[in-house]
Ligand binder design. Structure first.
Ligand code: NAD
Length: 365
């Protein structure tokens, strides 16, 4: 068996993501990672982290960066602090695993690119939904040609939540576009699978208690003619399938667990190949009597990679130690931020107080 050299990791931000995701995921890969340091401004959170990992804890990030063994830093602080913390960690010679949103806007994303040029190969993006099983599997079916040429993809993540935390407040870096947005905008860009030629978007505030958007509608058109129609919403009490894909030889829907397929076998050739200018006979309801030999089946979501979202740290280990390509590149992450910026600029959404129209970015930013 191949010998592994565990990566010594420190985490900044022992919040919902730092504690419930990063620490839990790292616990599944104790042979690959050792959590040696954790930083949070909250003493209770530091105690939780120490109890769960045995790591040394810090109330100050600059102090944590002086830990002599630290090789990798996971940045799980609030979104507006991501760039600042990345810069500090890189300057201290560390590898960075950066949570989404990787930047608050495209100007910040360009600064990340500059940092990458200065410290090459040190920034990895935690876009863990890139390896979400249903996304991987649906995309693999799309690319296989089973459904023919794909013309329309509908992506839905519908919830109804009256959230009231900082993720709902604009000047805290909140809003659904910074929260779930980067994951789903990434999915939408991948599923266009061509350079984007048109973008239409709408942001609204429906049910959350802050002042930031909690409902996103996005249409992307690629120069391959394909349209991806995304709805990501905390204001949708009735849900739709996560994926609906239409091609010229079939379609699929997927709820995240199962994929329902309806398609014509790829090697089947239709007999009637041309339209006729003559008047059709009476009773020819479909104007083409040739039957369509549909195959209909339901399969479990099971992507060939067998990776689940919790395996992102395994991918990170392989990238750092074995030089295996990481699932998402910095350029892809930067493109997501660029599209999010366009979405904000496209939209002026109405704040509940009459006449108060918010424009992005907020006037004082
Ligand atoms: N990839 C994902 O699936 C995913 C899921 C959830 C959150 N996130 C991202 O993770 C980040 C954190 O989100 P969260 O839900 O855990 O937030 P949270 O508010 O629950 O946690 C943030 C933590 O950071 C600490 N903190 C704040 N400023 C600090 C500082 N200067 N130094 C040290 N500690 C500091 C807070 O005390 C808190 O414990 C966000 O950027 C969010 O977008 C990603």
């Amino acid at each position: 068996m191949k010998k592994t050299t565990p990566i010594k990791v420190g985490i900044i931000g022992i919040g919902r993501a730092g504690y419930e995701m990063h620490i839990n995921e790292l616990a599944n890969y104790r042979n690959l990672f050792q959590v040696v340091a954790c930083c949070d401004i909250d003493a209770e959170r530091r105690k939780l982290a120490a109890d769960a990992t045995g790591a040394k804890t810090y109330d100050n990030f600059a102090d944590m960066l002086k830990h002599p063994d630290l090789e990798l830093v996971s940045i799980v602080s609030r979104s507006p602090d991501h760039l600042k913390h990345t810069k500090m960690a890189l300057k201290a010679g560390k590898i960075v695993f950066l949570e989404k949103p990787i930047a608050m806007n495209y100007a910040e994303a360009k600064k990340l690119k500059a940092l990458d040029a200065k410290y090459p190969g040190k920034i990895f993006l935690r876009h863990n939904r890139r390896i979400e099983p249903a996304f991987q599997h649906v995309r693999e079916i799309m690319q296989s040609g089973l459904l023919g040429k794909i013309h329309l993809v509908k992506l839905h993540r519908h919830f109804f939540q009256r959230r009231k935390d900082w993720q709902t407040i604009l000047d805290c870096g909140g809003g659904l576009l910074n929260n779930w947005g980067p994951h789903l905008v990434d999915h939408a860009i991948r599923m266009v699978d061509a350079p984007i030629s048109e973008i239409w978007s709408d942001l609204q505030l429906i049910s959350s208690l802050g002042d930031a958007e909690d409902h996103i509608k996005l249409l992307l058109k690629g120069n391959n003619g394909r349209v991806v129609d995304l709805e990501l919403s905390y204001g949708s009490a009735i849900t739709m399938p996560q994926y609906v894909v239409y091609g010229n030889r079939g379609a699929l829907t997927c709820d995240g667990e199962k994929i329902i397929l309806k398609y014509v076998e790829p090697n089947y050739k239709f007999k009637v190949g041309e339209a006729e200018r003559t008047t059709p006979p009476f009773g020819a309801v479909s104007y083409n009597p040739e039957p369509i030999p549909w195959v209909e089946k339901t399969i479990e979501v099971a992507p060939p990679s067998k990776l689940g979202m919790g395996d992102i740290y395994k991918c990170l280990y392989q990238a750092i130690r074995d030089n295996v390509a990481f699932p998402i590149t910095l350029d892809e992450g930067v493109e997501i931020v660029k599209v999010c910026d366009r979405i904000r600029k496209n939209t002026a959404y109405e704040y509940p107080k009459p006449g108060n129209i918010y424009k992005f970015p907020p006037e004082n930013s």
